[in-house]
Design a protein around this ligand. Structure first.
Ligand code: PA5
Length: 445
């Protein structure tokens, strides 16, 4: 059984009758989502994606991935937010945060266009020197400034390297099926394109070509990923809070929020989960944080961060709850050996696996944090493979949608993201922003 929610460590924080109180709201949220009558319903294509994804495009993704694996040393993924985080999170989770040092038959993968740092981009250009390169430019809107700048720089590099005709074999664009600057550019220049479906927003798009192409290039099994998502879609398809762990997670989050627990910390004991934490933060932050409402999504990797954030979580402001993602099996085991002299005083651990020690660290931490007034939700996942990842992704996506509806917000828009863009364009002197420019410059003086 893939993901199972445990509410054992919520005792004293949520009473049984509180579930009763929220039961009908969960049913209403399910109804709104599945009948496409809820807020933002035009962006709920991810709901049925594990069943109705485009099989022809899926085959094309696999073919392109093989071609990329064969013709380059470095694969550059250009994108930001939902057009970048899911792919990177999945690759680091499935392969390793050290993927680039360990990969043998697949290209190294670098990410750019996720900031406007010239240091970062210049460094990547240096890494690419003398190497065979392919690029995947990902942007649903096709107009996002950060990736657009990086793509312009890489097109210039690829043109110098392969010529205008040759570079076509090295550029893959993932964008809207028909409209937008990137789509027009790709069609005009003859680059292969993949589609971000109209009804799927960036942060829900990891199981579309947005995530699937880079994930396949890294050599991961994207069939198993989709099978895992389908298993979750089958399983979390009923409106019963008591048997649907996905809805129970959404309900618990909402009940805790009502009690002033306004920060959720996603916790993992696996460093390879670090980028999944980032993916989760975008999914929940952008979906719920609006109308002056929302749970602030934070994250930690333990035991690493027990030595930095542990004090605060144990003892600081009491507005926190934790959601711990635990993996039952580990892929590579290390057993603690014997030191006859026991100089490091660690012989009490002799013969124990590191996974066992990690589990005890987790159990001890959950109990300590509970004692400190921090409710803990635990999600048990069997192992770190493609199937379980697909399952977990769908679990979090659906729980996020239900959470948004319980909160009374549209979980599929992100109007707040526009404010900084308008200011940046105005300050950069983009046409149409003249009035705002004068006002902002006066405020900056
Ligand atoms: O979730 C979202 O919609 C955003 O994070 C977008 O993915 C991000 O802003 C990038 O947008 P685009 O894919 O249009 O370049």
């Amino acid at each position: 059984m893939p993901t199972i929610l445990s509410d054992k460590h919520l005792q004293g924080f949520i009473r049984d009758n509180e579930y009763k109180g929220i039961e009908n709201q969960v049913k209403a949220a399910h109804q709104a989502l599945h009948t496409k009558k809820g807020l933002g319903q035009e962006f709920t294509g991810w709901l049925t994606l594990p069943y109705d994804y485009d099989k022809d495009e899926f085959a094309r993704i696999k073919t392109a991935a093989k071609k990329i694996q064969q013709n380059c040393d470095i694969f550059v993924v250009i994108g930001i937010g939902g057009s970048y985080l899911g792919a990177r999170a999945a690759i680091e989770f499935l392969k390793s945060p050290n993927y680039n040092a360990l990969c043998k038959d697949t290209p190294q993968i670098y990410y750019t266009g996720n900031s406007i740092s010239s240091n970062a981009l210049a460094e990547l250009l240096e890494i690419c020197e003398g190497k065979e390169i392919s690029v995947n430019m990902i942007s649903k809107s096709g107009t996002t400034t950060e990736p657009a700048i990086a793509f312009r720089v890489f097109r210039e590099l690829l043109e110098k390297k392969y010529g205008k005709e040759g570079m076509k074999d090295h550029i893959f664009c993932t964008t809207d099926k028909a409209k937008g600057t990137l789509k027009s550019l790709a069609d005009r220049e003859g680059y292969e394109t993949f589609v971000v479906p109209d009804d799927i927003g960036g942060r829900y798009s990891v199981l579309t070509a947005v995530g699937l192409l880079p994930i396949a290039v890294a050599g991961a099994d994207i069939d198993a990923l989709m099978r895992g998502a389908k298993e979750a879609a089958d399983k979390f398809n009923n409106d019963d809070l008591y048997t649907n762990d996905c809805y129970k997670y959404a309900a618990i989050r909402n009940l805790l929020y009502r009690k002033g627990k306004s920060t959720e910390i996603l916790v993992s004991y696996e460093p390879a989960f670090t980028l999944m934490n980032e993916w989760f933060k975008q999914l929940y932050g952008e979906s719920e944080g609006k109308d002056n409402k929302g749970i602030f999504p934070a994250s930690v990797i333990f035991s690493t961060d027990l030595h930095s954030m542990g004090q605060f979580i144990q003892d600081g402001s009491r507005n926190l709850f934790e959601t711990v993602v635990l993996f039952d099996q580990c892929q590579r085991e290390i057993i603690i050996g014997n030191d006859p002299e026991n100089l490091d005083k660690l012989n009490f651990l002799e013969g124990k696996t590191m996974a066992y020690i990690n589990r005890k660290a987790c159990e001890g931490t959950i109990l300590a944090h509970n004692d400190g007034g921090v409710p803990n939700i635990v999600l048990n996942v069997a192992k770190m493979d493609e199937f379980e990842l697909g399952y977990l992704i769908y679990f979090f996506e659906k729980a996020c949608a239900i959470s948004g509806y319980l909160l009374g917000v549209n979980p599929f828009d992100q109007p707040g993201v526009e404010s900084y863009k308008k200011n940046m364009f105005a300050l950069l002197g983009k046409e149409g922003f003249e009035d705002r420019k004068a006002e902002l410059e006066a405020r900056l003086k």
